[in-house]
Design a protein around this ligand. Structure first.
Ligand code: EPZ
Length: 446
C-alpha cells in the first residue's frame, strides 16, 4: 500500500494539463457493448477505475487495449452477460454495463453495487427506467437479473428524491438506443459527461436529441457501428487544481480545460476572492487579494459539483470568516471532516450542513483517505498546512487522478509517494453524524 508525504506551505505556480473526464470515459466504455465492432476512445486517462472497467469488459469477452490515453475496444467476441460482484464492488460505475448488455443481448446479470463511503447510493431509478423500456427485472442472490426480448420506447420520469441520476440517465439512454420506437427521459441528468456519452452514441449511429437538458429523446435504431471519439476534459480534476491553487495562495494556468463546464466552480472561487480569467480551453487563476468565507451548496449540474465539495471544504478551512457547506446530492458526504479536524480545521456539523470557522492555520499530520474526493481534499489541506503531512490509502486517489503527485510537483509542491509500511490499524474510526462509531477498514468504493 502507498502513501503520500506532503511538505506544506508552497504556493502552487506554473502550468498544469488536465486529462479526459473519468466520469465520461466510464459510461462510454460501458456503452461500447452496444455495438458489434471496434471502438476507439481518445483522451482516456490511465486511472484505476478505467482499468477496472477494462477488466469488466474483458470478463465479458471484449478485447481492450489502452496506451498513451487511447483506448481501443473490440466488442465482437462479447459472449457473457454477467458482471461479477468482485469487479462491481470495486467501482459502482460498473452498473453502467447493465443497459447496454440488456439492449444488445436481451439479458444481463449484474451484481448490485456494494456499500459506499459517500452515502446511500441506490440504483432503483436505473431499474425503473429499464423496466419502463419493457425489461423483466428481478434480484437474485445480490444480482440484478434483467431480460427483454425487445426493448420498447417509453416516456420515463427518471427523477428521484436526490434529483436526477447521472449514471441512471446513462444506463437508460444507452439501452433506449436499440429500443423500438421513441423514448423520452424526463428529469434526465444534464451533466457534461451525459452529453459526451450522447455525442459518442450519435457518432455510432444513434438518434439522441436534447442531451444537456432535462428531457432527452432517443429514437431507437437497429444497430450501432464502429466509432472513434475524444472524451471531454475532466472538469473535476480542473476544479481540484483551481481550488488547490487558491488554498496555497498560488497562481497557475490550467490547460486543456473546458471552462463552460465549470461556471459554478469558477463563480464560487471568485466569490471567495480568487482572480480568474478564461479562454475556451484554459483557466488562469491567482490569489493576490484577501480571501473570505462563503456559503456553498453542492447541486446537480450546473450547480457546484458534489465531487468538488470536499475540496472546497479544505480551502474554506484556510480562509478567514465563517463558511457553510451543504451537499444536496449526497447529504452525508462528509467523511473528510474528521481528518480535516485533525489538521486543525474548525468545523462542526449543523444538521444537513457543515459550518466552518475558517482562517485557522492547518498543521501537517498523519491522515487517512476514505474515498476518492476526500483524498483530494486532504491533499489540498496538506499543501496549505504548516509542516509535513502523511496521507495514507493513496489508492483512493489513484481511482480518479493520474499522477496527481507528479502534476502538483510540477507546480512547485513537495509531494513524495512511497510505500506505507506502517501497520494497518483496525481501520480509522469515524464518529458518524449520529455519533455511532463505524470501523471503516472494510470499506468499499464510491
Ligand atoms: C455519478 O455517480 C458520478 N460517478 C459521481 O462521481 C458523482 O458524485 C454523482 O454522479 C453525482 O454527480 C460517475 O459518473 C461514475 P447519481 P452516480 O446517480 O451516477 C440518488 C466521483 O467521485 N439516486 O447521479 O452514482 C443518489 O442517491 C463519483 O467521481 C437514487 O435515488 O450518482 C444521489 O442522491 C462519486 N436512485 C442522487 O440520486 C438511483 O437509482 C445522484 O446520484 C440513483 C441515484
Amino acid at each position: 500500500m502507498e502513501m503520500l508525504t506532503v511538505q506544506g506551505g508552497a504556493p502552487l505556480r506554473g502550468d498544469v494539463y488536465v486529462d479526459g473526464a473519468k466520469n465520461a470515459a466510464l459510461p462510454i466504455m460501458a456503452a461500447s457493448i452496444l455495438l458489434n465492432g471496434d471502438v476507439r476512445i481518445n483522451r482516456v486517462p490511465d486511472l484505476v477505475d478505467v482499468q477496472t472497467m477494462s477488466l469488466l469488459l474483458q470478463s465479458l469477452g471484449a478485447t481492450v487495449r489502452h496506451s498513451d490515453d487511447i483506448l481501443q475496444i473490440d466488442t465482437r467476441r462479447i459472449n457473457l452477460h454477467h458482471a461479477d460482484y468482485e469487479l462491481v464492488c470495486r467501482m459502482r460505475a460498473s452498473v453502467c454495463v447493465l443497459g447496454p448488455l440488456l439492449a444488445r443481448f436481451g439479458r444481463a446479470s449484474v451484481s448490485l453495487p456494494g456499500g459506499c463511503n459517500i452515502g446511500h447510493r441506490p440504483i432503483d431509478l436505473h431499474l425503473k427506467g429499464l423496466a419502463a423500456l419493457g425489461a423483466d427485472l428481478r434480484i437474485e442472490r445480490g444480482y440484478v437479473i434483467a431480460e427483454a426480448t425487445q426493448l420498447q420506447g417509453a416516456d420515463i420520469f427518471l427523477g428521484g428524491p436526490g434529483g436526477s441520476t447521472v449514471t441512471g440517465t446513462c444506463n437508460v439512454m444507452t439501452a433506449a438506443c436499440l429500443a423500438k420506437g421513441r423514448t423520452a427521459i424526463r428529469a434526465a441528468a444534464c451533466e457534461p459527461e451525459v452529453v459526451d456519452l450522447a455525442r459518442f452514441l450519435n457518432a455510432a449511429g444513434a438518434r439522441i436529441s436534447g442531451p444537456g437538458t432535462s428531457i432527452i429523446e432517443i429514437d431507437g435504431v437497429d444497430e450501432l457501428t464502429s466509432v472513434s471519439h475524444t472524451v471531454v476534459p475532466d472538469r473535476i480534476e480542473a476544479a481540484t487544481f483551481a481550488i488547490a491553487a487558491t488554498a496555497t495562495r498560488g497562481s497557475i494556468s490550467i490547460h486543456n480545460a473546458q471552462p463552460e463546464h465549470m461556471t459554478s466552480v469558477l463563480d464560487a472561487l471568485r466569490a471567495i476572492g480568487a482572480t480568474i480569467s478564461v479562454t475556451p480551453n484554459q483557466i488562469d487563476i491567482s490569489t493576490a487579494g484577501p480571501l473570505n468565507g462563503v456559503e456553498l451548496a453542492a447541486l446537480p449540474f450546473p450547480g457546484i459539483p458534489t465531487d468538488t465539495q470536499a475540496q472546497f471544504m479544505a480551502l474554506l478551512a484556510t480562509v478567514p470568516g465563517v463558511s457553510v457547506v451543504t451537499d444536496r446530492v449526497f447529504p452525508d458526504r462528509f467523511m473528510h471532516v474528521s481528518e480535516l479536524l485533525r489538521m486543525g480545521a474548525r468545523i462542526r456539523r449543523e444538521g444537513a450542513s457543515v459550518v466552518i470557522d475558517g482562517g485557522s492555520q492547518l498543521t501537517g499530520t498523519r491522515v487517512m483517505a476514505s474515498d476518492l474526493r476526500a483524498s483530494a481534499a486532504l491533499v489540498i489541506a496538506a499543501l496549505a498546512a504548516n509542516g509535513e503531512s502523511q496521507i495514507r490509502r493513496t489508492y483512493h486517489l489513484d481511482r480518479g487522478y493520474t499522477q496527481l503527485d507528479q502534476k502538483l510537483n510540477g507546480l512547485g509542491a513537495k509531494v513524495l509517494r512511497r510505500e506505507d509500511n506502517s501497520p494497518s490499524p483496525g481501520g480509522p474510526h469515524y464518529l458518524q453524524k449520529d455519533s455511532t462509531v463505524r470501523n471503516t477498514s472494510e470499506q468499499s468504493f464510491d
